[in-house]
Design a protein around this ligand. Structure first.
Ligand SMILES: Nc1ncnc2c1ncn2[C@@H]1O[C@H](COP(=O)(O)OP(=O)(O)O)[C@@H](O)[C@H]1O
Ligand SMILES: [Mg+2]
Length: 376
């Protein structure tokens, strides 16, 4: 666990970080994001004591790092930077094994570890071990940088815009690999970027910074759904959530007051209710608003001359979704079952709303029309 306690950093009279309080739990992937110059790199470098706070302190697993020897501390902290920092005159193997060599690890152990790490970052050991950095592409060099950061099996990895110099395709695949790697190794990763897409893709938690202060620290989902203030909102982009439909929930797009009826109604009355409300289906609920069934105009017309109660003829095998299901899953359910609408219930089966293809489309198009208007 890393805890920042009330960090302040000034250069001469110029304060660049203030009241920085943050806790990072074990296994968490935390992304620092914010405009250029807001202090991201400064905060990252405080963790491995490349920069010392003016006041406040940082604890790792309960111990103040001010009291830990820098060299010892850094062995337990991998560090990956944009310009890889790999040494051009050393082979890939020598680059990855450098710290192990310094700590007098046996040669065959180093060899074994280097092979393991290269495999882990997606480079064939046989092919790459003995090459020099300039014989590798930018993406491959960055993989070597990651492998080297992992060499001493550190508990913490710091990454300062590691992928920002790469082309978008390489960047994407490295993001993907880093995400998968983290699922395996579950370290603390503190990752700096100014790219919100990257942050959303990778982070367990995002720390949005501006002018040396934390504006919001939360999961990507909570930040997208509830930006803490206008800065965050404009920083992430007002409609960013629409780029991440997995964060849009049934409750965001459903019709909130679907037309309901009681099961004791007969067919004629039910048809009348549909006609009055211009709908072609009714949700049948009991007194507690628990969803019991559905009738559609099509399905009950056959019974028009009976005096049946609709609870006897309604569809009881219902496909429903929870109010917290996301719209990607909902669309899949609708497509797989070939249905045009799906009732939304909460965990106690209470009817909360109805998602229909047209409610989805109208919510989406409102947003796009709004966007188009704003552009004009
Ligand atoms: N050695 C230094 N002396 C004076 N100011 C510095 C020094 N290092 C960084 N700064 C200033 O601190 C601020 C934060 O820098 P930095 O942490 O590198 O920002 P970021 O990584 O978010 O782009 C910037 O305004 C920068 O100019
Ligand atoms: Mg920086």
């Amino acid at each position: 666990m890393i805890v920042f306690n009330n960090i302040k950093k000034s250069y001469n009279k110029n304060t660049i970080i203030e009241k920085f309080n943050l806790t990072i739990n074990n296994g968490e992937f935390v992304v620092f994001i914010g405009p250029s110059g807001c202090g991201k790199t400064t905060m990252l470098k405080m963790i491995n004591k490349l920069i010392t706070p003016t006041s406040g302190n940082i604890e790792i697993d309960g111990g103040d790092i001010a009291n830990i020897d820098s060299v010892k501390l850094r062995r337990n902290i991998g560090y990956v930077i944009q310009q890889t920092g790999i040494f051009p005159h050393m082979t890939i193997k020598e680059n990855i094994g450098i710290i192990l060599k310094l700590t007098k690890t046996e040669e065959n152990k180093i060899d074994e570890k280097v092979r393991e790490l290269l495999t882990l970052v997606g480079l064939e050991p046989e092919k790459y071990m003995n090459r020099y950095p300039k014989e590798l592409s930018g993406g491959q060099q960055q993989r070597v940088g990651v492998a080297r950061a992992l060499a001493t099996d550190p508990d913490i990895i710091l990454m300062d815009e590691p992928f920002s110099a790469l082309d978008p395709i390489t960047r994407n695949s490295l993001q993907e690999e880093l995400f998968n790697l983290q699922q395996e190794v579950k370290k603390i990763i503190v990752f700096v970027t100014h790219d919100m897409d990257e942050a959303i893709k990778l982070a367990d938690k995002i720390c949005i910074m501006n002018k040396g202060e934390i504006y919001q620290y939360d999961t990507p989902e909570n930040i997208l759904r509830n930006p803490a203030n206008e800065f965050v909102e404009s920083f992430i982009g007002k409609d960013r959530i629409w780029n991440n439909p997995e964060y849009i929930k049934a409750k965001d797009v459903m019709i909130k007051n679907p037309i309901t009826t009681n099961g004791r109604r007969n067919v004629l009355q039910s048809i009348e209710i549909m006609r009055n409300n211009k709908v072609d289906s009714l949700m049948v609920v009991d007194k507690q608003n628990l969803l019991k069934g559905i009738v559609t105009i099509k399905s009950i017309k056959a019974y028009i001359n009976d005096n049946s109660n609709i609870e006897d003829i309604m569809e009881k095998n219902l496909i429903t979704v929870d109010e917290n299901s996301n719209i990607v899953d909902i669309l899949k359910i609708m497509n797989n079952n070939n249905i045009g609408y799906v009732p939304v219930i909460n965990s106690s089966c209470e009817l909360k709303g109805l998602v229909t293809r047209s409610s989805l489309i109208s919510v989406m198009s409102e947003k796009y029309i709004y966007e188009e208007e704003r552009k004009e």
